[in-house]
Design a protein around this ligand. Structure first.
Ligand code: NAD
Ligand code: ADE
Length: 415
């Protein structure tokens, strides 16, 4: 068996972590019970590039239960939980991931997943899809289909589709309602603040928190920061979303203005240089900068380094930059996903739905092998609704069903 991880002896601790996550992932448990009986993934090789966390391990166990062979690498050089990686190796998974990979090691690990010759690929952020289309010849053509976990990855895949280079169908799991409405909003809303708090132990109450981007992630962060007593400012480029933030009761202004007043800055846009050198120069002494978007491009770290006369690590995942103007600003988690680097990512309960969609998307690709168009696809609505139903069931919540009379009424139009 091939693998490369930090330390196999961490496996018992990793196993306990996975068991803890499993207790909170009841939808995946139900899917796994069915997979054990039906074996829908028998003989299927799944190549996955995901954050290697205890929640991902529960997804991997589900795929194994369905009969799959799994190859796994990290979707971020700093997000791997090394104990979980060790436990997965002991369970027969080919894992190539450790916390603190260099840029070259990160790509090398992804290349191992590509070279394994997967039938189905799962990606978070699009680096595996891009690698398979750009750096390898002859592998992508044989892939039955893929999935994509996050907004940034879906944007990249749509660009590939537009340019006519996409080689296999991809299900945009991110776009399932039971994914983005919950994971992006409530998952990141809680875990991004969790990451900032674990790294700094700051009090949010009374702070001016600037949230860049009022998409699903930004909405969640703004809502949760307000819940902790912060005064929240939103920055946007989309007039409709900016207006929505205003009507939701947030202050909305340009980043140039917000830079002067904010105490904590959290980017959630999926875009580049949203906090740039000119903004950093205007910031107050002590400003904290964190990113919740997929890539470490939202805060211009190079510009920050160029503005600094002194840089030192003051706590784990907190770097102090003393600027030429005498002020100090603090960069958290190197500008990478603060929730996965400085905390543990989303809570298991929310990953339960995201990864239920992933497991069902893989099953759907296998069942429909050769019949799906080579496009970026949405999961069928029945699968999405089924995930919601199972989640409600796992929470012991019953809902009403339409009576025949109500259904007829809703389908009628005559006066
Ligand atoms: P989204 O498309 O719903 O929202 C992004 C918002 O950012 C949009 O409203 C857009 O108008 C705005 N925006 C773009 N450029 C901007 C700029 N220069 N200034 C201000 N606003 C700008 O996307 P989303 O689902 O909210 O995801 C945002 C990012 O978070 C993506 O990179 C996604 O992959 C990532 N993500 C991270 C996690 C995590 O665990 N940290 C979870 C889910 C998604
Ligand atoms: N993305 C956000 N949180 C995550 C988690 N806990 N596991 C895997 N991927 C994630």
């Amino acid at each position: 068996m091939s693998y490369r991880i930090k330390d196999l002896s961490l496996s018992p601790q990793g196993k306990r972590q996975i068991e803890w996550a499993e207790r909170h992932m009841l939808v995946l448990k139900l899917i796994r019970e069915r997979f054990v009986k039906e074996k829908p993934l028998e003989g299927v090789r799944v190549g996955a590039v995901l954050h290697v966390t205890k929640e991902t391990a529960v997804l991997v166990r589900t795929l194994l239960a369905g009969g799959a062979e799994v190859w796994l690498a990290a979707s971020n050089p700093l997000s791997t939980q090394d104990d979980v990686a060790a436990a997965l190796v002991e369970e027969g998974v080919h894992v190539f991931a450790w916390r603190g990979e260099s840029a070259e090691e990160y790509l090398w690990a992804i290349s191992q997943i590509a070279k394994s010759g997967p039938n189905v690929v799962i990606d978070d952020g699009g680096d595996l899809h891009a690698y398979l289309h750009d750096k390898e010849r002859g592998i992508a053509e044989r892939i039955w289909g893929g999935t994509e976990e996050t907004t940034t990855g879906v944007i990249r895949l749509k660009a590939m589709e537009r340019e006519g280079v996409l080689k296999y169908p991809v299900i945009a799991v991110n776009n399932a309602l039971t994914k983005f409405l919950f994971d992006n909003r409530y998952g990141t809303g809680q875990s991004a603040l969790d990451g900032i708090i674990r790294a700094t132990n700051i009090l949010f109450a009374g702070k001016k928190v600037v949230v860049a981007g009022y998409g699903w992630v930004g909405r969640g962060i703004a809502q949760r920061a307000r819940g902790l007593g912060a005064r929240v400012i939103v920055t946007e480029v989309d007039p409709i979303r900016a207006l929505e933030a205003v009507m939701d009761g947030f202050d909305v202004m340009s980043m140039d203005k917000a830079a002067e007043v904010g105490d904590v800055f959290i980017t959630a846009t999926g875009n580049i240089n949203v906090i740039d050198g000119r903004h950093i120069e205007k910031m107050k002494d002590g400003a904290l900068l964190a990113n919740a978007g997929h890539f470490n491009v939202e805060i211009n770290v190079k510009a920050l380094e160029e503005l600094a006369v002194e840089i030192r690590e003051v706590r784990p995942y907190v770097k102090e930059f003393k600027l030429k103007n005498g002020k100090r600003v603090y960069l958290l988690a190197e500008g990478r996903l603060v929730n996965l680097v400085a905390a543990e990512g989303h809570p298991s309960e929310v990953m339960d739905m995201s990864f239920a969609n992933q497991a069902l998307a893989v099953e759907y690709i296998v069942k429909n092998r050769g019949r799906l168009p080579v496009k970026v696809l949405t999961l069928p609505r029945e699968i999405d609704e089924n995930v919601a139903r199972l989640k409600l069931r796992s929470m012991n919540i019953e809902i009403d069903t339409l009576t025949d009379e109500q259904r007829r009424y809703l389908e009628s139009w005559k006066v």
